[in-house]
Design a protein around this ligand. Structure first.
Ligand SMILES: Nc1ncnc2c1ncn2[C@@H]1O[C@H](COP(=O)(O)OP(=O)(O)OP(=O)(O)O)[C@@H](O)[C@H]1O
Ligand SMILES: [Mg+2]
Ligand SMILES: [Zn+2]
Length: 248
């Protein structure tokens, strides 16, 4: 037998097979979009999505995976004390309905500042908002305590704060919750870098602080401490929520 014959022997059944396959292709109806499409017969398979619907399913699956990754990421950085905090959690008590509704409906795009006295629930509300942003946009959210950020920068041997991993991550996160602004020791460059760089890159930051009770005093207090440029970046265009202790 020549090589050619060999080839024919090998190829022939496949070719014939394809012909048979194509001739037998039947019209099916996609159970999702109800369009008809042609597909080879598959014994036992009665309901099969068309290619377009299958591709849509696949892309939805990838989106869900990405959201789950973002949710896992944000969960890792949220302190366990606030692990429960979402707007819809059964533990969540609406203390200030107006402020809560405003925050819940607010766009985080130009930043959010939550002000108020200690214990009023600033961090709790801010965590709820962070989680909401992550769930709605599949964005990468991160929680960072400003003291921790400043400490990480202080303790790092490198001179430039942008080389400190926690600082770099804080700048990179799609949405950052910067908790307790003003509580850090010293006017650390790291905190300023994070606020400035995030603002320059249009990345929203949610800030909580007990160092001011109103936007007016916040602009003054933070202006004095960090400079007017930082105060402007914090407050201009931002949604400012002023929480008050309930009357006794
Ligand atoms: N909406 C809420 N529903 C239920 N519990 C809440 C709510 N808000 C706050 N708490 C509880 O009250 C306590 C104080 O809340 P939180 O830490 O959010 O206050 P804070 O304003 O951030 O305080 P600080 O200025 O000391 O950081 C926490 O134990 C928290 O679990
Ligand atoms: Mg707090
Ligand atoms: Zn379809």
């Amino acid at each position: 037998m020549s090589n050619r014959d060999d080839l024919e022997v090998v190829l022939a059944p496949t070719d014939r097979g394809r012909d048979v396959w194509e001739q037998a292709a039947t019209n099916r109806m996609c159970p999702r979009c109800k369009r008809s499409y042609s597909a080879p017969p598959m014994p036992g398979v009665t309901h099969m999505l068309c290619d377009e619907c299958m591709a849509a399913d696949e892309s939805a699956r990838r989106d869900r995976e990405r959201d789950a990754r973002a949710t896992r990421h944000v969960l890792v950085t949220i302190p366990p004390r606030y692990a429960w905090a979402t707007f819809d959690a059964p533990e969540f008590a609406v203390r200030d309905p107006v402020a809560t509704d405003r925050l819940r409906a607010a766009s985080a795009d130009r930043g959010i500042v939550v002000l108020g006295p200690s214990g009023v629930g600033k961090t709790t509300l801010a965590v709820c908002k962070l989680r909401q942003c992550v769930a709605q946009n599949g964005s990468l959210g991160m929680f960072v305590d400003v003291r921790r950020l400043a400490r990480a920068a202080r303790q790092h041997p490198l001179g430039s704060s942008s080389e400190v991993p926690l600082v770099a991550e804080s700048i990179r996160a799609d949405v950052l919750l910067l908790d307790d602004l003003g509580e850090e020791r010293g006017a650390d460059d790291a905190v300023l870098d994070v606020i400035r760089d995030r603002h320059a890159q249009d990345r929203p930051t949610i800030v909580t602080s007990g160092h001011a009770l109103t936007m007016r005093s916040g602009i003054e207090v933070f202006g004095q401490r960090y400079g007017d440029g930082i105060a402007r970046r914090l407050f201009q265009g931002a949604v400012v929520i002023e929480l008050r202790l309930p009357p006794p």
